[in-house]
Design a protein around this ligand. Structure first.
Ligand code: HPA
Length: 262
């Protein structure tokens, strides 16, 4: 009998998901990388009968703002640990009508408005200029598996959408959101890039589970309050955790905990 080829999956948790509830910890790795220090220790554990690596994008406790995250160290560290699949959970604002607060979207495109971030692994090697293909920024395989898991778990998700990545840490003006909408953005967040591109540069499958925390600027009456964001994230992240559990449980190609322990 041939053993099926199995790969490792990681979850990067964003605002509202600093720890993975009921992850049974097997290992904790404090890695140094050629790019500096990652956001936090990498926690390897058992979750939904599979081996999962968890990383808190903003640190644990949550302390690193989006523009200060060492995206290269985080992605490099995951690669060092043998991870081949990354699910990136992130809080976002909703721009278009389908992207209502407390809901989840699995975006399929990105526009990058961030600046000044270390955004590539290919900047020091003058011998070969490398241009990765980024036509599809997110892994179709992982997106399809996430959508199947959502259907199975009965969790409503928006199937696609364009994620616009702003620099932050401030939220946007009404005019900025209008411009982003004209550009084709459905969602606005601050951490989607360069994370997605760096994962692709290292040949990793990467998909985003975007949890909508608020209507983007000008899309609802009044200002955006932290209280509203926290309340919507509370509901949205609970659904995201259910979705991830279903996704990991039904995906046959991830390392099972039996194998992880031996
Ligand atoms: N804009 C940018 N990032 C965000 C927002 C927003 O409105 N909400 C949550 N993350």
């Amino acid at each position: 009998m041939t053993t099926p080829y199995m790969t490792k999956v990681a979850i990067i948790g964003g605002t509202g998901l600093t720890r993975l509830g009921d992850l049974k910890q097997l290992r904790r790795d404090a890695l140094q990388t050629p790019y500096g220090q990652p956001s936090a220790d990498f926690i390897t554990g058992e979750w939904a009968q599979k081996e999962v690596v968890f990383l808190a994008r903003h640190g644990d406790p949550h302390r690193i703002p989006p523009h200060k995250i060492n995206y290269r160290a985080n992605i490099w560290g995951l690669k060092q640990l043998g991870v081949e699949n990354i699910i990136a959970v992130a809080a976002v604002g909703g721009i278009t009508a389908a992207m209502a607060p407390a809901h989840i979207a699995i975006p399929d495109q990105v526009i990058d408005y961030s600046y000044g971030r270390a955004h590539t692994f290919f900047e020091d090697d003058d011998s070969a200029v490398t241009h990765i293909d980024f036509t599809l920024p997110y892994s179709s395989k992982l997106r399809m598996q996430l959508l199947a898991a959502a259907a199975q778990a009965g969790i409503a998700v928006a199937q696609g959408g364009t994620y616009g990545c702003t620099q932050g840490p401030r939220l946007e003006t009404i005019a900025e959101i209008k411009r982003m909408e004209q550009d084709g953005c459905d969602l606005v967040g601050m951490t989607g890039m360069p994370e997605a591109a760096l994962a692709k540069e290292l040949g990793l499958h990467y998909a985003s589970v975007s949890v909508i925390a608020n209507w983007a600027a000008g899309k609802s009456e009044g200002e955006i309050t932290m209280e509203d964001i926290e309340q919507n994230l509370h509901t949205g992240m609970a659904n995201a955790a259910e979705l991830l559990k279903a996704f990991i449980a039904i995906s046959p190609d991830f390392v099972s905990s039996d194998r992880a322990n031996c």
